[in-house]
Design a protein around this ligand. Sequence first.
Ligand code: ZN
Length: 388
Amino acid sequence: MTEKLYDQNSYIEEFDCKVISLYKESGDLYIETDRTAFFPEGGGQLSDTGYLGNLYVKDVQNKCGKIFHIVENYEENVENLEIGTVLHGKIDMKRRFSFMQQHSGEHIFSGIVHKLYGYDNVGFHLGLETVTLDFNGVLEYDDVCKVETLVNETVWKNLEIKAFYPSEEELASIDYRSKKEIDEALRLVEIPGVDICACCAPHVKTTGEIGIIEVVSFEKYKGGTRLSILCGDRALKDIRKKLDQNKQIGNLLSAKETETFAMVQKVKNDCGKLNFELGAARLENLRLKAEQIEESEKIVVFCSLSDTASLREYADILSHKAKLFVAAFGGSDDDYKYVIITQSDYNVSSLCKELNSRFSGRGGGRGNIVQGSLKGSEKEINSFFSEK
Ligand SMILES: [Zn+2]
């Protein structure tokens, strides 16, 4: 059985160990050692990575109670490796410390949600970039803000985080989260006054090392809530990215960084007004154009209008000039919207069907108006109508 150094001390970065078994599988080499500081994947957390001698350990897995370090592309570096070989291990501490920050942050978060709302964390995933927590109850925006404040206040208190193996008698009197039937001795992680939870992972020594806990998103999920949080280094990177984006928006709009929202809102309103004015001006222009069009049996016109409502208005103005129908097309070749109006009893519905079938169009209508969209060029469409 491998001695779990990470269990006694989360900060052991380098260690010496002896190979106690090894085997090859699917091009990888699996190495079991008498002791290890590598945390194997488990409890929703990815494994540590690092080196055993000059071999890169890409993954560590717990298989039937045995911990295996998995090495790929090992052939050239594996000379003289056999049972009894002594290796120097070195874990990627940057990755590990980030995992510790995320994991300890998650315990505080889940502990406080449990205390305040009675919800359990029923799903936890700690990946390379994201940390997700699923609770079996609904948290609204105000709840999430409240918890986010409380978890950060817990960080600032710099509480000591303790991991220990209680005796059976002790365990009977402790109320802890994440009760599961496990064969191995139960390990508890305690953050005094905040949380006690069964857990096998390495944690930071004090809550202050987490730095900051940020809720990135939350959504309703399977009748409960799924939250995405970031702690420590990941939260810092995320906040920096968002601040940088805000700064760039401020630069573009010549707004102070605290006033970008108001400025974006103003630009959006201005755009809305301008679009409205542009639409009205376009329509006025079309009205003037319509005056130039002479009365005829059928009128087919093309314009740049991109919204069906304006197109409809234009066709309506023209329809009084056409004995049979007016067909107005808005857009550009291969992407036209159309409106066809008749002021007589001309069957525009069947015309519409024919048009759609010829030009892969969609649309229809009732009575004297049909509308839709199609793909075709002005030339092809004109040629279609010349046959009508
Ligand atoms: Zn845990």
